[in-house]
Write a protein that binds this ligand. Structure first.
Ligand SMILES: [Zn+2]
Length: 278
């Protein structure tokens, strides 16, 4: 989605012409994904979010932190509405399994945490390396954390909730998860599951950088008082969000990003042994 379309969605949501990702209805209690998302948020923040906060975080998309596309993806996942894994059980055995991984079921969990063809390992490495620049601890990313992300808050070293770091964490997790989902769909559908056409590491790195740089630009666009009035993002909050991730020599001129090339700091080379989601 273009940056302008995302801005338009934000603008419309402010005008209370809520662009809803799906019809709002009360979910039956005992929704498995929802309960697990709550538990994941509890693990990161120490506080269990209420069911309604998970839904409203996806619907309201405060400060434009979660994009319209991610929210729609998460909403559908919480309703177990994606055509993955179980959905195909009695329809198409080929689509039920993930053959390249020899996995019995191609669930969202498999796609986001284990799969060798979805690019998840490369993407989460990039997210973790970017987060390392904040000096804060990284946490293992699970499907449940991705779905409960709207309610997560990040504390700085003094134990105080940091608005900038919370925003950055949400951006990194949601953009990364959504990219993995896109890569999976492109390979499964667009590339017809051809194992010779699995996205290369280079390709994935370029896509991830583009996605994050786009968010950096979007954030600056959202600071426009001219367009958003009192609802504009505060410049200081945007600075607190991206502080450390933007090259030092550009720190004073972050706004150049709106017109210039992205200036995300190149990521450090991988130092850890390869493995699952570490
Ligand atoms: Zn797989």
């Amino acid at each position: 989605m273009s940056i302008y379309l995302e801005l338009l969605f934000y603008f419309l949501s402010l005008r209370e012409l809520q662009v809803r990702t799906a019809p709002v209805h009360i979910t039956r209690s005992g929704n498995r994904e929802l309960e697990r998302a709550k538990a994941a948020a509890l693990q990161v923040t120490g506080v269990e979010p209420q069911t309604k906060s998970i839904w409203s975080s996806l619907r309201k998309r405060k400060k434009g932190t979660l994009t319209q596309k991610f929210s729609a993806f998460a909403w559908k996942a919480l309703h177990e509405g994606h055509k993955v894994g179980k959905y195909w059980k009695h329809i198409d055995e080929d689509r039920y399994r993930c053959q390249p991984c020899n996995s019995n079921i191609e669930s969202l969990e498999h796609i986001l945490q284990e799969c060798r063809v979805s690019g998840q390992e490369t993407v989460w490495n990039l997210a973790r390396e970017a987060w390392a620049k904040t000096g804060l601890e990284w946490t293992e990313v699970t499907l449940e954390l991705v779905l409960g992300i709207g309610t997560v808050e990040i504390k700085n070293r003094n134990g105080k909730v940091s608005d900038g770091r919370t925003r950055l964490f949400k951006i990194l997790i949601t953009e990364s998860a959504y990219l993995i989902w896109l890569l999976r769909c492109e390979w499964r559908i667009g590339r017809e599951q051809n194992t010779l056409q699995i996205h290369t590491k280079k390709e994935i790195e370029a896509r991830w950088k583009t996605a994050i740089t786009r968010r950096l630009r979007l954030d600056w666009a959202l600071t426009s008082k001219f367009t958003f009035g009192k609802k504009a993002l505060r410049t200081a909050e945007v600075e607190r969000t991206w502080n450390g991730l933007v090259a030092d020599n550009k720190r004073d001129s972050l706004r150049d990003d709106l017109v210039g090339e992205g200036v995300l700091v190149g990521s450090a080379r991988q130092r850890r042994p390869p493995g699952r989601n570490r």
